[in-house]
Ligand binder design. Sequence first.
Ligand code: F6R
Length: 592
Amino acid sequence: MCGIFGYVGQRDDTPTLVLEGLRRLEYRGYDSWGIAVKRNGTALVEKHVGKIGQASTSLPASTIGLGHTRWATHGGITTLNAHPHLDCSGRLALIHNGIVENFAELRQALRARGHVFRSETDTEVVAHLLEDELRGAAGTREALRLATMATFRQLEGLNAIAVLDVQTSTLVAAKNGSPLVLGWGDDGVFLASDASALLEHTRRLSFLADDQLALLASDGAWLYDVRSGEELRPAIREIAWEQQDGGLAGYQHYMLKEIREQPRVLRRIAREGQAQAQTLADLVLDAHGTYLIGCGTAANAALSGKYLFSRIAARQVSFATASEFAYTEHYLNERSLVVALSQSGETIDVLETVRAARERGAYLAALVNVEGSSLYRLADCPILLGAGPERCVLATKSFTAKLAYLLLAAYAAAGRIEQGVRLVERAADEIEAFLDDPRAAQVAELAQRLYRKEHLYLIGRGPSYPLALEAALKIKEVSYIHAEGFAGGELKHGVIALIEADTPCIVFAPRDETQRAIISGAMEVKARGGCIIGLGPDAHEAFDHHVPLADVGDASVIVNAVPPQLLAYHLCLLRGYDPDKPRNLAKSVTVK
Ligand code: F6R
């Protein structure tokens, strides 16, 4: 969601530096953006609605500034509502991620004290509140720090703020919930909501914990506890992870690039992920109750884990959507294991849920792609997916990476990890072959037939059921076609009422115990005029179109996840949309 980038130091190209930082954050999803810098003692602000695209900034040279990409929550998508927001005096330019839950009361009180509001946002109240706290205080950094702490303590909800104070030439930032990272550069200090925006400048990072405040100036940066005011020693982490994504590397879109990276990611997990998978397996074997949780695509991967552990290791693990798990956590205790799945490691529904689970004593493992993310730091046992940066808003390679880890862990729990490793390697080979041979073109042709459809249904049974959900999610998110995934067995319990002449229905038909029943379901849809697209190793008369996919045993789920990703990509292009920036979606969902 919203992105934050700031810099103070010796460089005077801050406007461009901040703009480039915001470009690095574009993938998070946003609808407007803005930058503020200090020049001749005043805050100069530039704000725009829409994407940054090829824009350059008209702001003059400066050695201090900050910028923001906004994903609208309070107030429409307008230039006035875009951040930064100024206080009445123009001394402070403030940006914010999160939601100030008590903003209405605060705004009312501030208005009564004479403050004039220019936007409809919850953010602007923070600028005016800080202005009030600074009234009568000395024009020093110390006064700014104390006033910001006092301001931040009055905010309800999960928030991160960053302020440019032109009087003291300081950036001050504080967080509770939403992420913030400091970057220690050679010629200045950086601030961002996302480590990946900083890595081109420095790999020396300090992740702010909740209720911490950072003061950044040209001569350094300092960290404090917001509650006690105590100064803290910033822990500096040298980030070694492969986070430079090398740009589009010749691809037209990140989505396609990331789909094609999957064989490499899977081989790496097969090669290097065995110890981590064994650790996860041991935790599951030891626990009294394991709960796999996640949101969106990560939830679909978690649900797959339930099937994989059952069929491979005869082990019961439970699944829950993270946002719902919070309402059924009452039975968790110190013997429970919660395994949270998340690409970003910043999804608020996941973080809130696991924090509550920890309070009940549960042990927390995490399958997470972003090192240093909130979930990564929170987990007792963080397992890095190592899928590399995923810049397309849609999750693709992080999904199959999660499946690979869960499959390896299930095989490890069964004492047969080598077999799991071989299957993941074979899945990588099969995906590579699929992407390079005429079947990929066949999927593009299918998209031609489907892109004008209003509805699309997908069915699968057993391990293919979460795949049907995931494929529907991919198609919905990026092509905006209404797509629904169902458990094949549920067809006759309602869904079949929706089937009309030529309604497309994608059927996952792997060569496993679900094949016969799912084909029966396909026949029933076909009998009502539906158009059947079969995915699986064996052709069948029920299929109007068949995309042949190799049988890779339990790893077929990994292979079968890929053709729908490619289909979604082509549907999106044919409908004239940008696959990397789907409307209304954000890469890290950091507000509820
Ligand atoms: C789908 C997608 C979302 C995310 C969900 C969770 O393509 O990207 O559904 O999977 O928002 O995000 P993470 O995995 O970062 O917790």
